[in-house]
Design a binder for this molecule. Structure first.
Ligand code: NI
Length: 184
């Protein structure tokens, strides 16, 4: 396993449309290594999700994980943290199952030390392949649905800033922690 370099906003790879992974390639060492490296990279930088284009691989692979205890000062962007087991989605198709939209804080490893409020569908249906190529179909709500939409956007070359209705909530992390972070 290896920690990979994370592409920062402005690098063209973040604006590319990612390519689907052919079924037959999912179990190959190259793709399995990429997924392992993405997991290690996401955990190293205390991210809640990571998309392959963020590690310079324009492929339709995203991972999401939220552990119960976040490292101090990191990603505490929700009043009631929701634990998300490690989820690997390959070639995901994400469909809103409700018109309901909620705004909440987001950050992104490609846009370090910035937070902003982003409107997202509160519930989505996901169809994807898992890391061994098995079909997944499930619905996700609230923070999980938000994380899936954020990561799925990366596969379309979309960053969370593009989704903000207004830039008024755009906030540096230090000020986010001082004024906006949920307190226990
Ligand atoms: Ni991101």
């Amino acid at each position: 396993m290896a920690i990979r370099k994370v592409a920062l906003m402005g690098h063209p790879v973040l604006r590319q449309i990612a390519e689907p992974v052919p079924d037959k390639q999912i179990r190959t060492p190259g793709i399995q290594q990429l997924i392992d490296d993405m997991v290690e990279t996401m955990r190293e930088y205390s991210g809640v999700g990571l998309a392959a284009p963020q590690v310079y691989e324009p492929l339709q692979i995203v991972i999401i994980e939220k552990q119960e205890l976040m490292p101090e000062g990191e990603e505490a962007t929700r009043t009631k943290p929701q634990v998300i087991p490690l989820t690997v989605l390959i070639n995901p198709v994400v469909t809103a199952v409700t018109d309901a939209i909620a705004e909440d804080w987001e950050g992104c490893l490609s846009i370090p030390d910035i937070r902003g409020k982003v409107p997202r569908h509160t519930e989505v249906q996901v169809e994807a392949l898992d890391r061994v190529g098995a079909q997944l179909r499930f619905t996700a709500k609230d923070f999980y649905a938000r994380a899936i939409q954020h990561e799925h956007d990366h596969l379309q070359g979309i960053l969370f800033l593009d989704r903000m209705k207004s830039l008024e909530t755009l906030t540096y992390l230090v000020e986010f922690q001082r004024y906006w972070a949920p307190r226990d």
